[in-house]
Write a protein that binds this ligand. Structure first.
Ligand code: 3EB
Length: 300
């Protein structure tokens, strides 16, 4: 009997030493891809399992010299591109960015905005055409280290935008001196029987405007609507269905641990298995927003 071809990539909310990318959330012992976000509930790790050599990992850490996140970002992205472009896996599909105190500083001096300036200064034309799916989250701890983790591949992904949201690379000037370089999502392996839709950090934003400031439940509901719209976009672009309830792994970043019970109650209605959802303490890059979602969705 024929056995089905295994997916080139699958994601488990679990700790697997054989993973291409093994994220561990605030582990007690030092760990290469430790994410400095305290785990509030759910799995303590996420494993990206790859078959057949189509995918590769790049992980870069840059120290901040005197709290200069702009220079650190430029350095990290210069190093990332120098490693990836001449390699056998030159395409950047999905990037995670973590650094502390993301909302420190006012106006254009806010550390997230400086990070965006540094990133934009370092990337090449290929990076923006179109940009990878991404997350940028304020981790716990003191400023000092920028962590950039990247999923790379031999072939490009299908980049997605969300019709409810302005593409981040077209955000107007009020959100910072340069628009953030990321796509709302990406479909991997669309040419195979086992595609995966990767949702970027998804928050309570319509158009380019933050919604429901001060209303955590309202923000989470809006973020879920954005996620559903992205999944629908994936269906329209590929003809495959990406059900929310089929989520392989969801990360829920909460600014305030006090919102955990509300988040768990709202997500109970999503159909996503509770064992697939990690709740992490993290700061959204817009200070008025208190929750962000990211996840991996296999085609049904
Ligand atoms: C937003 O929609 C929220 O700068 O790489 C989400 C995902 C956000 C990625 C990034 C920022 C980034 O604008 C913030």
């Amino acid at each position: 009997m024929d056995s089905p071809t295994p997916p080139r990539l699958r994601v488990l909310a679990d700790d697997r030493p054989d993973a291409l990318i093994a994220f561990r959330y605030a582990p007690a012992a030092p760990s290469p891809l430790a994410v400095d976000c305290a785990r509030l509930a759910g799995p303590a790790a996420e494993a990206w399992l790859a078959e057949g050599g189509h995918y590769a990992l790049q992980a870069i850490e840059v120290g901040e010299n005197g709290g200069d996140i702009e220079t650190a970002a430029a350095e990290a992205y210069r190093r990332l591109l120098a490693a990836v472009r001449p390699s056998s896996h030159p395409y950047l599909l999905r990037i995670w960015n973590y650094f502390a105190a993301i909302n420190a500083g006012e106006g254009d001096d806010e550390r997230y905005r400086r990070f965006c300036v540094g990133r934009a200064a370092a990337v090449d034309g290929m990076f923006n055409d179109p940009p990878p799916a991404a997350t940028a989250i304020g981790a716990d701890g003191l400023p000092g280290r920028l962590q950039v983790v990247a999923l790379c591949a031999k072939a490009p992904a299908l980049a997605l935008e969300n019709p409810r949201q302005t593409p981040a690379w077209r955000y107007p000037r009020e959100h910072g001196p340069v628009s953030p370089g990321f796509s709302r999502g990406a479909v991997l392996d669309a040419d195979t029987a086992t595609p995966r839709l990767l949702a970027s950090g998804t928050a309570s934003i319509i158009g380019h405007v933050s919604q429901h400031a001060g209303d955590f439940a309202g923000q989470l509901r809006e973020s879920l609507r954005n996620l559903e719209a992205l999944l629908e976009q994936g269906r329209q672009r590929t003809g495959r269905h990406f059900p929310l309830a089929g989520c392989e792994s969801l990360r829920v970043y909460l600014r305030h641990p006090r919102d955990l019970a509300t988040a768990q109650a709202l997500l109970a209605a999503s159909g996503i298995a509770p064992g697939r959802i990690s709740y992490l303490r993290g700061d959204v890059c817009r200070r008025e927003l208190d929750v962000e979602l990211e996840g991996v969705f296999p085609a049904a």
